[in-house]
Design a binder for this molecule. Sequence first.
Ligand code: 5GP
Ligand code: ZN
Length: 113
Amino acid sequence: MKDCIFCKIIAGEIPSAKAYEDDDILIIADINPQAARHYLMMPKKHYSDITDMGAADPAALGKMFEKLASLTDKLGLGNGFRIVSNKGEDGCQSVNHLHIHILGGEKLSEKMG
Ligand code: 5GP
Ligand code: ZN
């Protein structure tokens, strides 16, 4: 999608630190990490947020999590992790291309909000 920063990263027009890529999914390091390991997992197809993709293609959304389950050791998340997906204004979503934050690599705060 035009003017979408993550579509530009997926297209290779903006550089990123890629941790995993296949035909459907890209996982990159967040440019402003909030944990020792902070990844962004996103579908290559543009969806505005998690409910947009969940409504349109729940099977593909599920496949992303299936893939994540097979990658945790490779990503340095074998001791656990947290996933977050911000949606909309109250969720403080700042990039309107669905992405799932994956945080770990250290003991995280018990607070989430
Ligand atoms: P949101 O606030 O939408 O949940 O999360 C957007 C995330 O994207 C933020 O954590 C921010 O640091 C990250 N981000 C924004 N622009 C870029 C970029 O150009 N490259 C990478 N790797 N991350 C980005
Ligand atoms: Zn996009």
